[in-house]
Design a protein around this ligand. Sequence first.
Ligand SMILES: NC(=O)c1ccc[n+]([C@@H]2O[C@H](COP(=O)([O-])OP(=O)(O)OC[C@H]3O[C@@H](n4cnc5c(N)ncnc54)[C@H](O)[C@@H]3O)[C@@H](O)[C@H]2O)c1
Ligand SMILES: O[C@H]1[C@H](O)[C@@H](O)[C@H](O)[C@@H](O)[C@H]1O
Length: 340
Amino acid sequence: MTIRFGVIGTGAIGREHMRRITQKLLGGEIAAVTDIDLSAARKAVEELGIEARIYPEEELLADRSIDAVIITSWGPAHEASVLAAIAAGKYVFVEKPLATTIEGCERIVQAEEKIGRRMVQVGYMRRYDRGYQALKSVVACGELGSPLMVRCTHRNAAVDERYTTEMAVLDTLVHELDVTRWLVGDDYAEVQAVFPRRTKYAHEALQDPQIFLLRTQTGIVITAEVFVNCRYGYDIQCEIVCEEGTVSLPAEASVEFKHDALHKRAVPQDWKLRFADAYDAELQDFINQVERCNEPQGPSAWDGYLATLAAEACVRAQKSQGWESVTPGISQPKFIAGRV
Ligand SMILES: NC(=O)c1ccc[n+]([C@@H]2O[C@H](COP(=O)([O-])OP(=O)(O)OC[C@H]3O[C@@H](n4cnc5c(N)ncnc54)[C@H](O)[C@@H]3O)[C@@H](O)[C@H]2O)c1
Ligand SMILES: O[C@H]1[C@H](O)[C@@H](O)[C@H](O)[C@@H](O)[C@H]1O
């Protein structure tokens, strides 16, 4: 059976996911597409040369021939689309963040809970990255002893004027908030933000770089640097320091240059190349599960909720410059219990 997808939001990553489902992955097709700007949806369909229907979101969700939706609109629009898709009985793959508010995430968790099974997978693709998976298995096997500290670096080459100080958390740091909790199998207790000297490349209203300290419930301390105007490229690092040794993300496979008395290696310029295999793997897994009428197995609505919960505390910490606690207001639904 081929899974018929509807895509909501045809910006940068929406078009990337449409292309990978059409050209690379098995078992899915893009059958319908929408965007708040329908001309953008039309352009995306024409560029890819596919025969997908283009219509407003309500009609797409009412279309019974659509099995699942991919939500790749702006973060603040995610909640309404996820809730409407669950109500229409569609499986949902939603890009991060699940929703930009805690209340929005809670409403999504509760909507799934009413049905009593998972319908939603959140696009925290790093869990499908081979390097992060290797880190997790090293920590889980216990050879290095207990994790004590984690050092994360998240650098983007540049951002535009629309990118705000809060987005450094809600759009960027959320990846570390999800993946670090998954790596060490522990939830956050409190967070703090520290602002270094601003780079001259940040626009006036943006604090860049920023450093976040996160303490987990068992006392692991994570430092996470977000620097979104680093100029030289897309640079993601992670080192876990344990009692008996350390483990770090492997260097990416990229060509090396020896030229003019220098030894150089290319740095990816954005997320598209750095995580291409992880995006493929997360969507292929989603297709495979939906095809078997199984629940999605990737990051759940509960994971999405906990990432946004920690993000909201980080935004408070940006303002207070002190420690802020991370306290869930709802309990983990039984049907996803135990799946960290
Ligand atoms: N997992 C990742 O590494 C990764 C990478 C890039 C983007 N993202 C996430 O994907 C989402 C989209 O990011 P992007 O870079 O493609 O943004 P973008 O600005 O390029 O595209 C967003 C698109 O959504 C459309 N849109 C906005 N509101 C809408 C609504 N209510 N209904 C339908 N369409 C709507 C816009 O018109 C635009 O075409 C964001 O949540 C972002 O955080 C994730
Ligand atoms: O939406 C993007 C995406 O999630 C990237 O992976 C991240 O590095 C960027 O900072 C963010 O803006």
